[in-house]
Design a protein around this ligand. Structure first.
Ligand SMILES: [Mn+2]
Length: 333
């Protein structure tokens, strides 16, 4: 654990009366599970709490009541409240401040800024931070935090949100970040009422037909490179339009591509609506993709990382491949 540790974060939260919560753009299961769990837990502590999630919230997590609990306050209302009261801002699961998207300046205007994260690349933004790169998910850290504050406040809904984040970030306890402790935490959350079958169904079997068509298009467009070690694929604006899919529907594509035997890494180039290219990287067999993401100002974990390149798709691909050449040699076929 880098930073202040959970006891200090716990005492800052106890002292707060108004809390604004923040997480990263394209919020995944861990990000949304963290926001829902924190909202419910802080409500149970009788805090005034509002969560600000950038962009649109993916529908797969509606079973956690994301529509009722998150993004309930407008930017204008938030600005009024943060000007009138002492508001503690807490970011969870965001590796750097730019990932807070449109809510970055709101986070910065808080009276106090706390950061909880499990991304090794997090350099510790905010006034006080607790970063545990060995935790599988931010939800695992929050579970410890809630136990530190008062374990009796962890009800079934909070346990379900934490379990959802744990399942999402470990790929159902399959990825290398799955520690013995992750399974212990999973078991404890089931004891507290989380339903593993219901949550897995919601996380993995509640995709829109459009998102599946987008996965199919991206698999069809993929290329095996570097002697089959790397699979590269794309999500272009026209692929999104053709499948009637949304930007957030790109979630499952890397999971599908990483299933190919013999591949060490997946590189997915996604054309964003603002003209930049979002690059998602997934490694296997210990292939470090974080070093590639950080070269382009991104971050993440050893085996799951990402970055944004402000250029058109062809140039972004050329730059990332040039970086891969350094590790895999110049033969791209
Ligand atoms: Mn996470």
């Amino acid at each position: 654990m880098r930073g202040v540790g959970l006891k200090v974060i716990a005492s800052r939260i106890r002292d707060a009366s108004d809390v604004f919560l923040f997480t990263h753009e394209f919020a995944d299961g861990d990000a949304l599970g963290s926001m829902v769990a924190l909202t419910l837990y802080l409500q149970a502590m009788d805090k005034s709490v509002h969560a600000f999630v950038p962009g649109k919230i993916q529908s797969a997590f509606q079973f956690l009541a994301t529509d009722k609990l998150l993004n309930t306050m407008s930017a204008a209302q938030a600005a009024v409240q943060i000007g009138a009261a002492r508001v503690t801002c807490l970011s969870a699961d965001a590796a750097d401040i730019d990932r807070l998207g449109e809510w970055k300046s709101l986070f910065l205007s808080g009276a106090e800024r706390l950061v909880i994260d499990h991304h090794d690349t997090n350099t510790g933004f905010g006034d006080v931070f607790a970063i545990d790169g060995s935790a599988s998910s931010c939800c695992e850290i929050l579970f410890d935090l809630f136990k530190t504050i008062n374990p009796r406040l962890i009800n079934t809904r909070i346990a379900s949100a934490l379990y959802a984040g744990l399942v999402a970030d470990t790929g159902s306890f399959q990825y290398a970040n799955t520690k013995a402790l992750s399974l212990v935490h999973g078991a404890q959350l089931i004891d507290l009422g989380a339903l593993p079958d219901e949550i897995s169904r919601s996380v993995y079997e509640s995709k829109s037909y459009e998102s599946l068509k987008l996965v199919a298009a991206s698999v069809a467009a993929s290329r095996l490179m570097y002697g089959g070690q790397i699979v590269v694929s794309y999500v272009t604006r026209s692929m999104l339009a053709d499948s009637s899919a949304l930007d957030e529907d790109t979630e499952g594509i890397t999971d599908e591509l990483r299933r190919i035997a013999g591949t060490k890494a997946v590189v997915l180039f996604k054309e964003a609506s603002d003209g930049s290219v979002k690059v998602s990287l997934r490694g296997k067999y210990g292939f470090n993709v974080k070093r590639i993401a950080t070269t382009f100002g991104g971050g993440g974990h050893l085996l799951a990382a990402g970055c944004t390149i402000k250029s058109e798709l062809g140039e972004a691909e050329a730059r990332v491949l040039a970086e891969l050449d350094r590790y895999l040699g110049p033969s791209r076929t």
